[in-house]
Design a protein around this ligand. Structure first.
Ligand SMILES: NC(=O)N[C@@H](CC(=O)O)C(=O)O
Ligand SMILES: [Zn+2]
Ligand SMILES: [Zn+2]
Length: 430
């Protein structure tokens, strides 16, 4: 990624900083903000008139499938999808093949993130070997190598002793631990939320307690160890209550919620459509209301997409047989802007906080602000022109989404990473 100079003219900036004016970028950083800034000869100019400029979005939970499952996604296609969705920083999960649970595989993955990523691609390392074992990785060494933190996402850590030792070790290494929270003894062979909809469809369900009972365990262990515990893809009302209580008690816990858990319920599953199959599953109306309320009151700190691309073959078939997961990078901002900001449930600065400033601050990432000295990671949006979500315009290899065809507002015009245009609607045409 080469740094660049750029002048953004006529910027209407919304976020933690709000102003109208020009933004001068030199060597990948913001060096001046003001009205009618002079443009040095040879500096490219981006005219942002009529658009809205936001700090680059941050997604701490994506799956890029690289190495090992590159028919689903690669670091190149996933990070380009991120740029198209307005994201300038993402953190990739380690459930790739092979799992980078040794220094050599991890070093190769970290190097490839840098080389192939068109946005900043950070990395979660696994907590245990191969994700499913109880043998802890070398937290100190991996942290020194540059991972953001540790996660076995895709699989819950089943044994309390393993989790407690992991939390102590991750904390000692000065890193956060992000948990995929799922008790496999309760989950059984469930493929969607347990309840009347699953009963009607004749599909095996997974209860809320599959998530919340393990979360209760984890919060107790997090309190005892002092680790920064990050709860992935929270989906149930019981989990929101548990996190609210833990925060009140001073536990160092942060939590994310996905766009699909904010916007969809199990009652939206009207037939056998695997684009509604993900883990955790779409829950009940009461659960959805609770996660929305949790995000609005800050119990849930941030939005993360859990971008989970799959091939058509893996997503074909039925709710029983298809892979879990949906893509999210190219729809997240537009969906939440349309359904929350345009319908007055949330302000645009609040959405920017939940999608950029807060996740950046939670994980010490240099993002989330448009101010002098900050890295020039910005997103320029058209917030006024409606369009239909069309997977033909996507850069992700995955088209597994229940949102295709929806009419939304919020189309990325340009994404700038370290002063460089990594997505430019005018050039790409889509
Ligand atoms: N969310 C999903 O349904 N699937 C994720 C795994 C995960 O996030 O747990 C995947 O890797 O496909
Ligand atoms: Zn997960
Ligand atoms: Zn995930």
């Amino acid at each position: 990624m080469t740094s660049q100079d750029l002048m953004i003219k006529n910027a209407h900036v919304v976020g933690p900083e709000t102003f109208n004016g020009d933004i001068r970028i030199q060597n990948g950083r913001i060096t001046a903000i003001g009205t009618d800034l002079p443009v040095a000869a040879g500096t490219p100019v981006y005219d942002a008139a009529g658009r809205t400029v936001l700090p680059g979005l941050v997604d701490v939970h994506v799956h890029f499938r690289d190495p090992g499952q590159t028919a689903k996604e690669t670091i190149a296609t996933g990070s380009k999808a991120a740029a198209h969705g307005g994201f300038t920083t993402v953190v990739a999960m380690p459930n790739v093949t092979p799992v980078p649970d040794n220094a050599a595989d991890l070093a190769a993955l970290l190097a490839k993130n840098k080389q192939a990523g068109v946005v900043h691609v950070h990395q979660w390392a696994p907590i245990t070997d191969a994700l499913r074992s109880d043998r802890l990785v070398d937290f100190e060494q991996f942290k020194k190598m540059g991972v953001l933190g540790f996660s076995n996402d895709g699989v819950g850590v089943q044994h309390a002793a393993t989790m407690m030792a992991a939390m102590a070790g991750v904390h000692a290494a000065g890193a956060p631990l992000a948990a995929h929270i799922e008790d496999e003894s309760l989950r059984g062979n469930g493929v969607m939320n347990a309840g009347p909809v699953a009963d009607k469809l004749g599909l095996p369900g997974m209860s809320n307690q599959t998530e919340s009972s393990q979360l209760a365990r984890d919060l107790d262990l997090a309190a005892a160890t002092g680790v920064h515990y990050h709860a992935c893809h929270i989906s149930t009302r019981q989990s929101v209550d548990l996190i609210r209580q833990a925060k009140a008690a001073g536990v160092h816990v942060t939590a994310e919620v996905t766009p699909h858990h904010l916007l969809l319920e199990d009652t939206d599953i009207t037939g056998d459509d695997p684009n509604f199959k993900m883990n955790p599953p779409l829950r009940s109306h009461a659960d959805r209301q609770a996660v929305v309320q949790g995000l609005l009151d800050g119990t849930l700190d941030m939005v993360a997409t859990d971008h989970a691309p799959h091939t058509l073959a893996d997503k074909g078939g039925t709710m029983r047989t298809a892979a879990f997961g949906i893509v999210g990078l190219e729809t997240a901002f537009a969906l939440l802007y349309t359904r929350f900001v345009r319908s007055d449930r949330m302000s645009l600065p609040e959405l920017v906080a939940r999608m950029s400033t807060i996740p950046a601050a939670a994980f010490n990432l240099p993002a989330g602000h448009i101010q002098i000295g900050a890295p020039a990671d910005l997103t320029i949006m058209d917030l006024d022109t409606p369009y239909q979500i069309d997977s033909n315009t996507w850069f992700s290899k995955g088209v597994n989404s229940p949102f295709i065809g929806e009419t939304v507002y919020g189309r990325t015009q340009a994404t700038i990473v370290a002063g460089r245009l990594v997505y430019d609607q005018q050039k790409e045409g889509h």
